[in-house]
Ligand binder design. Structure first.
Ligand code: FAD
Length: 324
């Protein structure tokens, strides 16, 4: 028996969430017995693939096919399913990123497996197989029991630490068979943001709301983010009026994130906003209104005018960086 992990990559480079998923898979393999096989789809280099062994993969099935150099959820799911069947996997792990979400459900259906969508921890029990996961748009946690023979786990990014050890994975080329229906959908255009920290993978996020009054005031948000090596985000109305692009909108109807630090500037803390950010490990709210709901959710609150507080923060971060 083995645990199969889909090792997601972006243009050949593995994501942080991939290392988390393999580390997580390695711990599950210890719980259920067996080894970890990673499935790599697309053009990752052999050195990168071998390095997956450092995170606990004993073997890698490498699927190289020109049609699979960018995400195709049906075909990717088909490849992962065939790899899982070849390995007689009882547990299949996919990072619950946007790409992973589009693959995980399809894998579960094809394997007739129960899906844990958005797992946040290792199984608390393997008999019955019980895992904690997010629910109610990330506002709550619940323990689910999966009774199917195969279990498919969608691991929420930033929920599990990365383990490293000595090791390199054995690479095996794997050529799954595809049907025409696997290629019913194709990506027509991929828009890339360049030179910025990717929001869904960021360890620190600096976010702005309507309290910033207008797009011309975002310079200080971007400056703080750059100093901290953070990604930028915003509330929904800010994206709706076009002050910021929609791919920065976090919340119930936007992106769900779980950074180590979330700094909310001029954001009220409406429940729909918190739904997307409340998994952040530490939340800091900067708001002029001491009654703002965000202060109840935040770990640290700065009650003050963003136009005074943020420039002071920037100066302090600069001083700190100059000294360290
Ligand atoms: C179905 C549904 C889904 C939704 N999904 C989302 C979602 O995904 N994400 C989301 O964000 N919202 C979502 N919303 C909207 C949500 O309810 C709020 O309206 C929104 O989050 C408010 O955005 P805001 O805090 O930026 O603006 P506001 O509510 O206008 O708050 C601005 C805040 O800035 C503070 N402020 C003003 N001036 C300053 C200053 N100079 N310095 C510091 N602070 C200042 C104010 O005190 C206030 O707290 C959704 C709503 C619905 C109905």
């Amino acid at each position: 028996m083995s645990v199969v992990v889909f090792a997601e990559n972006w243009e050949g480079k593995f994501k942080k969430s991939t290392y988390e998923a393999i580390s997580y898979g390695s711990e599950i393999a210890k719980q259920v017995g067996g080894s970890v096989t990673a499935v790599v789809i697309g053009n990752a280099g052999d050195d990168d693939i071998i390095s997956l062994g450092k995170y606990g993969a004993q073997k890698v099935l490498s699927v190289k096919n020109d049609k699979l150099n960018s995400l195709n959820p049906s075909a990717f799911a088909s490849a992962i399913v065939q790899a899982s069947q070849k390995e007689n996997a009882k547990v299949v792990i996919v990072s619950y990123t946007y790409s992973g979400r589009s693959v995980a459900g399809r894998v579960a259906v094809k394997l007739k497996g129960g899906l844990v969508a958005g797992a946040t921890a290792l199984p608390s029990s393997t008999s019955p197989f019980t895992i904690r996961k997010k629910c109610f748009s990330g506002k709550g946690l619940t323990d689910v029991t999966v009774s199917s023979d195969v279990k498919v786990i969608g691991l929420f990014p930033n929920s599990f630490h990365i383990n490293t050890a000595e090791g390199s994975a054995a690479i095996e080329n794997f050529s799954p068979s595809f049907s025409d229906s696997d290629f019913n959908s194709t990506s027509k255009e991929i828009k890339k943001t360049s030179g910025k920290v990717v929001l869904t993978e960021a360890e620190i996020v600096v976010s702005g709301g309507r309290g910033l009054k207008g797009p011309e005031n975002w310079g200080m948000v971007e400056q703080l983010a750059e100093l901290l090596g953070a990604a930028t985000a915003c509330s929904k109305p800010v994206a709706d009026v076009g002050w910021r692009p929609h791919h920065e909108h976090v919340g119930q109807t936007g992106i769900t994130i779980a950074p180590n630090l979330y700094i909310a500037i001029g954001i009220s803390g409406a429940i729909q906003h918190l739904a997307g950010v409340s998994s952040s490990k530490v939340m800091v709210a900067i708001n002029i209104d001491k009654e703002a709901p965000f202060f109840k959710a935040a770990n640290y609150g700065i009650c003050g005018d963003a136009f005074e507080v943020v420039p002071k923060l920037i100066e302090e971060v600069k001083k700190f960086k100059a000294q360290h």
